[in-house]
Design a protein around this ligand. Structure first.
Ligand code: ADP
Length: 631
């Protein structure tokens, strides 16, 4: 007899025999070695009434998580008997959450499942899809509300004391690079992660990683060098970045790529220009988005010993003894206290604060760079990226620098702010068109300039427009593993054989779109070379076999985009050894920081493709420094 049926009898508690072990650790992308198995017992919410039963049958609903998904629910008169989901959610991000939520709904026969941190869109879509199906099965609003009130009851576990040589806080790109590096140096490592999986924002990134193999054929062919990378990074951040840190970043970038390759990570041949990257020097992993990094780190975990992943555990407070950071106090999933102590160093790698609206608004007040960063502006970040590491470090005297430098992208999904659904492959082959059908900015320029220009457009909305050169067959994938055919079918992208038809679909004046494209095509044909320059100063154009061929081969594609908070460049001040600096300019012993939680590398504007480089370069440095730290 299942939950919903029992409610009719008004029974208050139903023990499911207990000890259902919620195997958070079994999620794809999680380590096999978890310190905390979370024990939960389920109980029925004490609800009255519950007069509705289901109309037995199978029902389907189409909903949107990171991508479109179809949820199919089978019910008997008294219970939910099966849930099937067709989806393309990102491996290691949304994908494991689909199963987690499905299993929990079936187990508790209720809808009061928690949204999984880091996979909010997928979680909500799952709940919405099942709810929709149950409504089709005849469940009233009242019945839905009753099911929403049914939750797992979690029993608080015992407090836990853990010790390792190195403690890493945050299992995103920088944290995992630090953890693996420390382990390679022979250290035992504990990784504390607030969500139920590794990946952080890094796994959602487009995957572009800037690195120059100085003197290589690729670098020479692209007229690129480490020096050029340095200059563009430093100048691109308005010379506000710390020159020593910028140097450290660019000079160690290529060895970072080689290190990843030595761990088994695969990259596509050649380099490309990522939006705001300013130059073709981005390496693209074979796996979509940032998933390749975590497949690589996971396979390292699988084949090594000494790294313990502690998921669903939030670091709250650094432990300081005699002026030295020795560990971190955390809250475990069941509300218990988890204390992780380090024999050597502690690494903070908790990412930025893109999802902390209060901090966004507070620090934007300093620079007033953006018209607003309140809750109306979405973010590409996962929900757990809330500045925790910065606040923890600030509380022990660390210096936070350049906190007002907040990066937005002009590439957010209008509904969610995520980068998924972005149809561009590379800067050279697409233009931005506002709702009046006009170009408005150099689409090969800096991220901040492009986004500020977008804020000034009608409805703060634009379309990315390109032709079939990017999608010759019409079913190729974008940079986020989505097929253009699926994006068109779900209405997230528009496709038309002619520009006239495309303009109609976009609801922009036909003559303006055509004039914009014709004008742009003139520059592609070498307008620049003939002494004319693009009206917006653009210099990066499509160049196939030496021919700049513009936007002229139908079918044509367009997709709507809005500003979205992407990266917070400010954060904890560090030196080139990733040591944390206090407000008096001194090193705080025992604590190191890497990745987006740090500040002062990227200055006012981060070059596209430099964030992943940052995680690998400074993650490795922090892992080494923490390993070498002796009290
Ligand atoms: P980076 O790119 O700098 O590596 P990411 O965003 O990829 O940053 O990863 C940061 C990780 O830190 C995320 O997985 C996030 O869930 C985790 N995190 C954030 N705050 C905490 C916290 N208080 N305790 C533990 N983990 C945290």
């Amino acid at each position: 007899m299942k939950r919903y049926f029992m409610k009719k009898s008004g029974k208050a508690i139903m023990a499911f025999g207990l000890m259902a072990v919620l195997a958070v650790s079994s999620l794809a992308g999680c380590a096999k070695k978890d310190a905390t198995d979370t024990t939960v017992a389920t109980s029925e919410a004490a609800t009255e009434s519950g007069t509705t039963t289901f109309k037995a049958g199978t029902y389907s609903a189409t909903v949107t998580g990171m991508h479109e998904m179809t949820v199919t629910v089978t019910v008997s008169e008294t219970e939910i008997t099966d849930i099937q989901v067709e989806h393309q959610e990102t491996p290691g991000v949304g994908e494991p959450v689909v199963d987690l939520i499905k299993d929990e709904i079936l187990e508790i026969q209720g809808l009061g499942v928690d949204v999984v941190s880091g996979a909010t869109l997928t979680s909500n879509a799952m709940i919405e899809g099942v709810t929709d199906c149950l409504k089709q099965a005849g469940l009233s609003e009242e019945g839905i509300n009753e099911l929403l009130a049914i939750k797992k009851v979690v029993e608080k576990e015992e407090d836990l004391d853990l010790t390792a040589d190195v403690v890493v806080i945050g299992a995103g790109g920088a944290g995992m690079a630090a953890a693996v590096t420390a382990n390679q140096a022979g250290k035992t490592v504990i990784v504390i992660e607030k969500s139920s999986k590794m990946g952080g924002n890094t796994i959602l990134a487009g995957g572009a990683l800037n690195a120059v193999d100085d003197g290589s054929e690729t670098a020479i062919a692209n007229k690129d060098s480490v020096e050029n990378h340095y200059n563009q990074t430093f100048d691109g951040g308005d010379k506000a970045g710390d020159p020593v840190l910028v140097r450290t970043l660019v000079e160690n970038a290529w060895s970072g790529v080689e290190w990843l390759k030595s761990l088994g990570m695969e990259f596509k041949d050649g380099v490309f220009t990522v939006t705001g990257g300013m130059w073709p020097r981005a390496h693209k992993p074979v796996e979509p988005e940032g998933t390749g990094f975590f497949k690589t780190y996971q396979s390292y975990l699988d084949s090594s010993t000494g790294i313990t992943m502690v998921y669903d555990t939030k670091a709250d407070e650094l432990i300081v003894e005699d002026g030295v950071v020795t560990g971190v106090k955390c809250t475990g999933k069941t509300g218990n206290t988890v204390t992780a102590k380090a024999n050597n160093g502690v690494v903070i790698a908790t990412g930025g604060f893109g999802q902390n609206v209060e901090m966004r608004v507070k620090y934007n007040e300093i620079t007033k760079k953006w018209p607003t960063l309140d809750e109306t502006i979405p973010s590409t970040n996962t929900s757990g990226i809330t500045g925790d590491g910065m606040l923890m470090a600030e509380a022990i005297g660390a210096n936070l620098v350049q906190m007002g430098n907040i990066q937005l992208l002009p590439l957010g999904d209008p509904e969610t702010g995520s980068l998924s659904g972005n149809i561009e492959h590379a800067v050279e082959s697409r233009i931005f068109i506002n709702l009046e059908g006009n170009r408005f900015v150099n689409e090969g320029g800096r991220r901040d300039e492009m986004t500020l220009a977008l804020f000034a457009q009608p409805e703060t909305t634009m379309y990315i427009v390109m032709d079939s050169d990017t999608y010759p067959e019409g079913n190729e994938l974008n940079n986020f593993g989505e097929s253009i055919a699926d994006l068109v079918a779900s209405g997230r992208a528009l496709k038309a054989d002619t520009l006239e038809e495309l303009a109609k679909l976009m609801n922009v004046p036909v003559e303006n779109l055509i004039a914009s494209v014709e004008d742009y095509n003139r520059y592609c044909k070498g307008g620049d070379l003939e002494g004319q320059t693009d009206a917006f100063g653009r210099t990066l154009f499509t160049d196939t076999d030496g021919v700049n061929n513009g936007i002229n081969d139908g079918p044509f594609y367009a997709a709507s985009r809005v500003p979205t908070v992407h990266h917070t460049m400010g954060g904890i001040q560090i030196n080139e050894n990733a040591e944390v600096i206090d407000t008096n300019g001194n090193v705080i012993p025992g604590v190191f920081a890497a990745g987006e939680v740090t500040g002062g590398i990227h200055g006012t504007n981060r070059l596209g493709g430099n964030a992943l480089t940052d995680t690998v370069v400074f993650g490795r440095i922090a892992g080494t420094s923490a390993s070498n730290f002796v009290r």
